[in-house]
Design a protein around this ligand. Sequence first.
Ligand SMILES: *Cc1c(COP(=O)(O)O)cnc(C)c1O
Length: 435
Amino acid sequence: MTRAPGPRSRALFRRARRSLVGGVDSPVRSFAAVGGVPVFVRSGRGAYLTDVDGRRYLDFVNSWGANLRGGAPPAVLRAIRAAAADGLSFGAPSPREHELAELLRARVPELGLLRFVNSGTEAVMSAVRVARGVTGRSRVVKFAGGYHGHSDGLLVRAGSGVAAQGLPDSAGVPAAMAAATLVAPYNDLPALERLFERYGSEIAAVLVEPVAANMGVVVPVPGFLAGLGRLARRHGALTIADEVLTGFRLRPGIAAPGLGLAPDLVTLGKIIGGGLPVGAYGGRSAVMRAVAPLGPVYQAGTLSGNPVAMAAGAAVLRSLRPADYARLERRGARLEELLRAAAERERAGPFHVARAGSLLGLFFREPPVRDDAAARKTDRARYARFFHAALDRGLYLPPSPLEALFLSTALSEEAIDRSRPAFEAAFRAARGAGG
Ligand SMILES: *Cc1c(COP(=O)(O)O)cnc(C)c1O
């Protein structure tokens, strides 16, 4: 068995580190969480990535979920070529913006009005600003382990267990800014209630991932999202469903309403850009009318609503059928079953798969995993061995024990079935020395 990555990836990583911080443009790509040298990708087509050494991998990351259709889907490429031929950026309104907006609004009725930005980070940062502008309040509640992009005030995660005032997760975040963020454990309504009792009149918004997928995958327990919505309403706070990851991942629209939450504001990204950089935030018209030029909340962007990115997003949204989601659900269930059986067969030790549709979280610990504190107790060393053994056998898994697997519609049942021996070997490797 040859070990991935090959010599060209190794050489490129050395070279990239001379110019790029850590050789990468986003930290998780560096493989710091699993050790070793990252695979440098030459191309991604359909369900497969090909690296610069010519090795092929079945892709279980799909650009962190952005590539719902897999790599280089022909309809999206055609749309991009057509849009690019008309010009790459205008800095003036163009029809492709409201075309994508109308497609989104047809699938997400919560979007009375919306605004396009260039990333999920920007979308959430802007939605929080709107919530503050509209309510005149400054505090925001998030949940431990919830990721909402890298804006200052949201890089906060409390210690496990107790609801606590935020401490920054990153150097460079002023304590005062982090202190405006309150943190509660996910799936813990009593903790949220205590925050509201103490700070109720100061809370502008509660920000939540309807299915948490940045701490592995943690599904909301029944009643959690509905209770969250009730508490917020009672205290005059807005709710923001951060659907940057879940939007169009679990169904052709957003996930929150089906899980009991009718959000005031919604943030989107990833899939709606069809693989190009797009984010969006929107919500009830009465709330969104606070945004400039209609209202006093300022937010702008040189490349926002970029016509090529809009065309890519629209091509993906137009192509989506209910059958795609039925297929993604079946593929997710098949992979979940395969992983469970392989872990058991290889006596891999405590292991738990959490799944929502085509989103899977692998925990090297026993269930249940209902919050960040439990998720963090996954055995990271076992995951790292599992990851590298899978990579050596042509499976590209998330290079971090607390990230999700994302399936694409390009992934076939046969490809999943063929991956069984590789997963079994990875579980053997996960056992460790002598395994
Ligand atoms: C990815 C993600 C973001 C940030 O989006 P970027 O495009 O990486 O800035 C925000 N919220 C959630 C839930 C995400 O998964």
